[in-house]
Design a protein around this ligand. Sequence first.
Ligand code: B1M
Length: 211
Amino acid sequence: MSTLDDLKQSVIDGNANQAKTLVQQAMTESLPPEQILNTGLISAMAEVGRLFECGEYYVPEMLVSARAMKMGLELLRPSLAAANVQAIGKVVVGTVQGDLHDIGKNLVAIMLEGAGFSVIDLGVDVPPQKFVQAVKEHQPQLVGFSALLTTTMGKMKDNIQALQEAGLRDQVKVMIGGAPVTEKFATDIGADMFARDASAAATRAKAAIAQ
Ligand code: B1M
């Protein structure tokens, strides 16, 4: 097994310390940062997503793998920036106003990062105007809203309205998700796509920018 095979396996297993050690080892072996990212980290998260979709992994396993991936990525990030590796696209994400749940949103952000996107995470309790400001400033291809409460999911519609009023709606695709959110709700409020989970979010985001 090569260092990158071992790295991939350590992320799938959720072994964060080993992932860090192996990223370091791969850099010491002078492997290109892009190869470490794609072959070691991104392919691991793709496999984690597959295991989740076929019911072999549940949220806890996915979180542990996500943490391992994130720790490896943190170590690699400076080399990636130095090597000027291009992200495949830009996404702004946040949990809507009034909602403090961020575990799912963080997982979505990591899976998007794992899929090769540059992610601007606005955090939790994000008011519509902050999303508008971030879309103006960063010009992402995609903006993602997360909501976990039935009382806050209506804010997603307000966010879309705010983007419309700012004249930005045509420039950005809107993805929504969170436990109470459905495909029908997404259609009803005029979002472009719904993702059931973090793995679907990454797959849908990639498909959306390929259109
Ligand atoms: Co809260 N909470 N909570 N909570 N909490 C729920 C959501 C609830 C269902 C629990 C219950 O009553 N059974 C309930 C909501 C009821 C409803 O509205 N229908 C609830 C409530 C009522 C509340 C409070 C109001 C409680 C109170 O204070 N009385 C309060 C609200 C605070 C606020 O937000 N203003 C509250 C507070 C909290 C904590 C702070 C204690 C904590 C959050 C900690 C944190 O996030 N940092 C918390 C937690 C942990 C939960 C539960 C137990 C777990 C949520 C979670 O992290 N799930 C939750 C019960 C449950 O869901 N079983 C509950 C794991 C996570 C990986 O899944 O977030 O669904 P999830 O994300 C998934 C998908 O939904 C999707 O991908 C993710 C990964 O696969 N996804 C997206 C999410 N965002 C996406 C965005 C996308 C695409 C996909 O595109 C952009």
